[in-house]
Design a protein around this ligand. Sequence first.
Ligand code: ZN
Ligand code: FE
Length: 255
Amino acid sequence: MSLDVRQIAVLTDNYIYLVRESETGAVAVVDPAVSEPVLAEAERLGWRITHILNTHHHNDHVGGNQAIKQATGCTIVGPRADRERIPGIDVAVGDGDVYDFGAARATVFDTPGHTKGHIAFWFADASALFCGDTLFALGCGRLFEGTPAQMWKSLGKLKALPDDAKVYCAHEYTQTNARFALSLGEDNPALAARAEEIDRTRAAGAPTVPSTLGEEKRTNPFLRADEVALAAALSMREAAPVDVFAEVRRRKDDF
Ligand code: ZN
Ligand code: FE
């Protein structure tokens, strides 16, 4: 079994993913903000959409649900804690559940913080993580419906995955996130190098997503609230990681 992942850039900065599982040919759409570009790309590839996987209820993640379901008869899988806010949901999943689409097995994590019912899908066999608006390249989602403590815990679940995990997040926010990360003043050569690489990538008009979880652990300040170097840069050496995280999130909100 292998996963063939295609990225579709829509709206201002959203990424939708089309994921084909090689053994049965099942095809999942992750977080369809819109329907037409997804149906067009599937048609172009000759792929038959069988599933939609939703990470959370925001319209730029579920806006295409109904039209894609109508066109394909696919099964919609989304967060149990938010099932009333997911249009057309058929299967509700939550923390620790496994969901098989075709021969591909996803483990589900509850990752509240950005929204109360946010989930992430982890395909261990393909080392692929679909994390919606919880973890971004060099960033994390805004806390619309959760607390810093909830989000720090959610990020901790993702941080426990292997370094080679590909992080398929739902937005291209990386360049702004890099500027913010540098503004914190952490002495981190890996971050400086990555920021330069991101500028080159964006100048060439290419996506910076997916990244790897290893890169994020080394450079993403929202995963580094328990690192002395970051706490020191914020003059918070004695503070608990969750408080460092809250401070980084607060600064980002005002950046
Ligand atoms: Zn969102
Ligand atoms: Fe979003």
